[in-house]
Every structure is written in structure tokens, then in C-alpha cells.
Design a protein around this ligand. Sequence first.
Ligand code: SAJ
Length: 420
Amino acid sequence: MSRQFKKICVIGVGYIGLPTAAILANSGYEVVGYDLDEFVVSELNQGRITISEPHLDELVRSEVEKGNLRGSTTIEEADVFSIAVPTPITKDKKADLSYVVAAANSIKDVVKKGNLVVLESTSPPGTVEECIVPILEKSGLNIGEDVFVAHSPERVIPGKILEELVENNRIIGGINLQSSEMVRDLFRSFVKGEMFITDSRTAEMCKLMENTYRDVNIALANELAVICESQGIDAWEVRELSNQHQRVNIHMPGPGVGGHCIAVDPWFIHEKEPEKSPLIHQSRVINDSMPAHVFEKVVKSVGKKGKVAVLGITYKPDVGDLRESPILKLIDMLKKDEANYEIAIHDPFIKEYNVDINTVISHADLVVLGVNHKQYLNVDFEAMHKLMRQKNILDTRGSWKNLIGEDSRFHYTLLGCGKR
Ligand code: SAJ
């Protein structure tokens, strides 16, 4: 625990703020989770969590019981303010910084000499310098001398947040060296990874580029998939063989990119430099076009009627997170089209759809594997075959290729494969 700080106010107790608050509490600090959402705060004060993340409930319950962590709907004085609010995207694909602005405004009213402000939320380059610092200056304090400010982007992956908060390397971009060093001292209490110091603009760009790197690579894989479908080639085989080369890492094609990060962050770069980011822009367009591509495959498989059973609707495997899920977009298309589909959904990670899989599959004309949850590797294909009306399978993840790809009793379509 850093001897410099005792009390930490985490602003925004959502996907990042809540696990961060719990870990800080567990590291010996007095932590207040400040959030405007009264329900979230009241649940927190009863030791309950409002997001789905493995092991977080136990940690939050125990820290609340020990009195190290509590929620509040009003901002309080503290030694450190950690901003972990959402930075959503507007309809015209611009960063909506209203939550960051609101957070900075609330800090401005209680900030004191010696305080540290850390922005964890993913933000366009320049947010710390051009948005947060000017607001904090209204407190009358000298920012950089009296109050220290840095950006240290969170880079944890949903499903492994608690583990990655501790194990991941951190980038710390202060408005000056002292700010960065103060964050490093704070993080030392729980971070086992390496910590790298830079300026705030660079830290902002690093985070955006990490997710953009993934997005561009996934777009390349998706483009390969579409090309292979018309060239009579299996993109999955191309990927497997090409990746034998030591300098090649082709990502996985799929029904599109979901989640709140990879599908959003590239826009924050494009917004700043629209003329200079055609590759980043085109990658977003390609990935966003994938649900419609899958929809066309549904129509090709069963026409515009019949029962479609969708297995897996979360944005990625083995998490209960639906944010920006491309499969939900596909389901919207199936519902909206003039077609007449009966849609049945199964997903073990979503309470509403954690239903009997046999009922979902029963009399289906098409089964779409939407997400490759581990559980779907153990599907009883004998039973599936018996239960289905027409034996059409559409695998959007390449998961069932080796299980039923060669089974002539099914009409198996694989996204990215032009061989069958
Ligand atoms: N996906 C593909 N093909 C692939 C890999 C992923 O289609 O080869 C799809 C997934 O199905 C999913 C989406 O991309 O729909 C994103 O999934 P993901 O697991 O790659 O990433 P996220 O969004 O869960 O988390 C990312 C992570 N960033 C990087 O790996 C660079 C995480 O470390 C970040 O903290 C997180 O974004 C964030 O909060 O920014």
C-alpha cells in the first residue's frame, strides 16, 4: 500500500470501476465508489454486484463486509480520484465525453492540494490535456504542481478482469513525471506487471491502437473469409497453414466484432484524423458488415422461412456480456426482414436463454452457432440430428468444423469456407 494515499474515490462503478475499487479496497485503501446510479450504489452497499464477472461477487462482498469499500451517490474528498466512467460512441461515431466531463466537474468541487487524478476510461488523444486539466483548473489549484493528473488506460479483458488487473503491464501517461510516478506508486500496491511511464497523449493513443490493431486484423480475417467463400477455398485452413509462418498471425473470422472496446475505439482515432485513417475506417466498415453477411447465409440455407435456432448470443465465448454483440444484430435482421422466421435462442450465460437446448433445437430448419462457448463443443449431435426438421447447420466460428464438418447427414455451412 502506498503510504502517500489513504482514501480513494473511484468514479463510476461499472465494468472497470467496480473491480478496480474492489482490488484497491483489498490492497488496504479506504475506497468509495461514486456513481450517479442509485441502484448500483445501493447494491454495492449491500455487497452485491451489478455486472457479470467471475469471482467479483465474492471479492466485493468481502470488502464491503470488512468496511473497506462502500458506494456513494455524492462525491467525497479523497487523496486519489480514479475516473472509470464509460466513453460511449455517438450515432455519428464520435466519442461522447460527457461522463468524463461530469466526473472532472465533480472532482473540481472537492479536489485538494496533493491529490492525484487518474483517468482509466478509454479516451481520444488529448482528453487529459484538453478536457480534464482545464476543468480541474477551475478549482483555483495549480494543476501539475498542487494536483497531479495522469491517464492509465485499463486493458483488462472481460471474463478475466480480476486476474488481469493484477497481472497486466500498465502504461502510465502523466501530465508531468511527478504525476506518472505517483500513479506508479499507487499501482504498486496491487499490480504485478511492469509499469511504463510516458506522457498522457501517448498513453491515450496506445490504448486506442491496441484495440485498433485487433480490429484491423479481424477485418483482414473477415475479408479473407468472404474472398475464400467465392474462391472455393477454406479460410480456416488458410489461416491455420499461414500461421505456421513465424511472422504471420491471421486472426479469426467471425460474425463481426462485439464488445464495448474493439468495435468503438478505432472511431476515436478516426474522429481526430478522418483523412489520415482510411485503413482504420475501412476495417470498421468490414467488421460491421459481417452480421449482414451471415444473414445472407441464413437466407441461402433455408430461404426466408422456417425455424432458426441460434446457439450463443453473447459478444464472445464464455462471458455473459451482450454489449455490441454481432449475433444480436443478426437476430434483429432475422426479425426485421419481411421473412417469416421462428427464432429460438439458447445461451448458457444469459439467464433468459439458459433454457433446455433440445427444446431450442427441436424442429429447427437451421441451427446457427453464433458464439463458440466451450459447452457447445459437447453438443450431442446425434440428438441434434434427430430433433431438427431440416439438418442445416451454419457455423460462424469454425468450432464444429472437425466435429460435424464431414458428417454427410448434416448440410454444414461454415463461414469463410467456399469448399462446400
Ligand atoms: N474477435 C474475432 N476474431 C478474433 C478475435 C476476436 O472476431 O480473432 C471478436 C470476438 O468474437 C469479439 C470481439 O472480437 O466479438 C472482441 O473480443 P476480444 O476478446 O478480442 O476483446 P475484448 O473486446 O473483450 O477486450 C479488448 C481487449 N483488447 C485487446 O486484446 C487488445 C482487452 O485487453 C481490453 O482491455 C478491452 O478490449 C478494452 O476494455 O478495451
